[in-house]
Write a protein that binds this ligand. Sequence first.
Ligand code: MN
Ligand code: MN
Length: 317
Amino acid sequence: MATHHQPLGGNQMPRFAGPATMMRLPQFASAAGLDACFVGVPLDIGTSLRAGARFGPRDIRQNSVLIRPYLMATRARPFDSLQVADIGDVAINTFNLEKSIPIIERAYDEILGHGCVPLTMGGDHTIVLPILRAMYRKHGPVGLVHVDAHADVNDEMFGERIAHGTPFRRAVEEGLLDCKRAVQIGLRATGYGPDDFDWTRRQGMRVVQAEECWHRSLVPLMTEVRAQLGKGPVYMSFDIDGLDPAFAPGTGTPEIGGLTTIQGMEIIRGCTGLDLVGCDLVEVSPPYDPFGTTSLLAANLLYEMLCALPGVKRGVG
Ligand code: MN
Ligand code: MN
């Protein structure tokens, strides 16, 4: 146990002090020797409305200081099970989206080359495309659990093929996803046409619109999702706008009628047992989050993702 990195405890250093890493974990220069890492991608030049997600990684870290090592509900002990650290941020080119894409790809090729599972702090949702390209090179087509208010399968936005509303269209076209093992949860709101979500369905993916989730526990849904996704690598991409703006106001394209915090936790905990090979939490925009509400939520959801990873021990012994 002593060989695993632990978050700095609140009895060692006050929680409002000390290093500003995710969960006050050690900071590493690379993913070498790690089983899982927290990594930031501070890119928001793919957004279409309210920018600011470039500040997401820093603010999520800032709001992670209270998270303690054990998850009481599931008895998960991630830091007794896995070697975890914060490897800092990917040095994107904030003046150029196209040039940032290969920078992100190379960073994730390197992380995956170390056999490390990345837990990504976004950044806008554009970043999932270069991440999925790296995932494909390592694992082949991956299954997908995608939480979002939006399908993000636009063919283009303002004439651009790469933006935060297009990544899953490109991912499907490039064969990065195993569409029979993919689900989108929380889609809702207004669109450009009545069949906006049907393109995804035609690719073989399951779409669970937000209305199907209203007033319900998502535990039964996740039983079905685990059966659908089965064995094989799965990537989880969690756009914070999948949750209702009452819970997550600090985001770029908020939509009413969204999932609750509890439903978000049920989705992540319901992924336990899947072969998760990477997770992200994107679209947190701190300038629209004056009280840190959204970043606090995001930090805890990222911790929940860590607890859902393969190899995490539960209970004592
Ligand atoms: Mn969204
Ligand atoms: Mn999205």
